[in-house]
Design a protein around this ligand. Structure first.
Ligand SMILES: Cc1cc2nc3c(=O)[nH]c(=O)nc-3n(C[C@H](O)[C@H](O)[C@H](O)COP(=O)(O)O)c2cc1C
Length: 317
């Protein structure tokens, strides 16, 4: 096993793999590393979904952008944030799962990344190549459906592991002073920001890292494209405080989709409702003259219930 310091000095993501399986016994080592990772309150709010079926890999790949290595690597895992098993464990002994959707998302993603990262580092220390696949977010809803992920579970990323068929040079990183703060967060001077661009320039052929950032993170970029589906999916999987996932599932049958209470209100107006009345006594009226529908409960739940009572053809214009 190689020295970790050296490993991190030379490591780089690998996207070309030899058509060879892992050596016997190594899969077990990877899974051991994942399971030995630290985990919040011993809860282990993650799962690893090993995709061994080539046809399923192909389908997942087709929903994951330009990532053919999903099909060519020896092992492909979906790294899942998962509070479903935790719910099952609590309910098994008569407990009731609490309402902490945002905190659940926070710690489940943390646990999932720690497990995936331990697995990846173990793989690299054994001489394999790895690459994380955030591209699974491009087709996150299709992947959730294909893999039958229950409420409480969302893909965080994919992870390819295999025998490398390339040895890419390590990619640059930001100057340490921009990433490591001491005692208080310091803001960045224009000069420091320019140093960042200079340091990262070799990452692109054009020598302009701004182009990469713009393509992914600026207005109209990839992240904005992913956002609506991710909002709807996380709500549907139970991570949105205002909207009960069971009601969202039923609303989908009426072709009403929302990832937040604000989006549900917009969907109602788009669907032709002229007014929504939220009452302090815990109910909502939605009105589309000459009819009106009532739902009870906290605002999001009440609105969803009211919309569910209206006939489908009246909701979708
Ligand atoms: C969360 C995450 C998602 C990523 N998604 C992809 C991806 O979809 N496809 C890909 O080829 N590489 C992906 N990568 C790999 C990054 O591009 C890579 O880590 C980065 O360019 C730095 O290069 P290095 O890992 O070789 O140092 C991802 C990495 C992370 C951590």
């Amino acid at each position: 096993m190689s020295d970790l310091y050296e490993l991190y000095q030379r490591r780089a993501s690998v996207r070309k793999f030899k058509p060879e399986p892992l050596r016997e016994g190594d899969l077990d080592k990877l899974l051991l590393a994942a399971q030995r990772a630290p985990t919040d309150a011993t809860a282990q709010m993650y799962s690893l979904l090993r995709i061994s079926n080539p046809a399923l890999r192909k389908e997942i790949s087709s929903h994951s952008g330009q990532n053919p290595h999903i099909e060519t690597c020896a092992e492909f895992f979906l790294i899942l944030a998962d509070v479903y098993r935790l719910r099952r464990l609590l309910e098994r002994r008569g407990g009731t799962f609490g309402r902490w959707p945002r905190t659940a998302l926070h710690f489940a993603i943390t646990d999932a990344v720690l497990a995936g990262s331990a697995l990846a580092t173990m793989a690299e220390s054994l001489g394999y190549g790895i690459v994380w696949i955030g591209g699974v977010l491009n087709g996150i809803r299709e992947i959730v459906r294909l893999c039958k992920l229950p409420q409480g579970v969302i893909p965080v990323a994919g992870l390819c592991v295999g025998v490398p068929d390339e040895s890419p040079s390590p990619r640059p990183r930001l100057p340490r002073g921009l990433v490591v703060h001491e005692n208080q967060y310091h803001d960045y001077s224009p000069e420091e920001l320019e140093q960042a661009y200079t340091a990262m320039a070799p990452i692109t052929r054009s020598g302009d890292w701004y182009r990469v950032l713009e393509r992914y993170f600026a207005q109209g970029g990839t992240m904005e494209e992913r956002e609506p589906a991710y909002q709807v999916l996380t709500a549907r999987q139970g991570f949105e405080p205002d909207l009960p996932p069971e009601l969202l599932e039923k609303l989908e049958e009426k072709e009403i989709e929302a990832g937040s209470l604000g989006q549900l209100i917009e969907a109602a107006f788009t669907g032709g409702f002229r007014s929504l009345q939220f009452h302090s006594k815990g109910y909502v009226w939605v009105e589309k003259e000459p009819e009106a529908y009532r739902g009870d409960g906290p605002p999001g739940e009440a609105l969803a219930k009211a919309l569910l009572q209206s006939p489908k053809e009246r909701v979708i214009p």
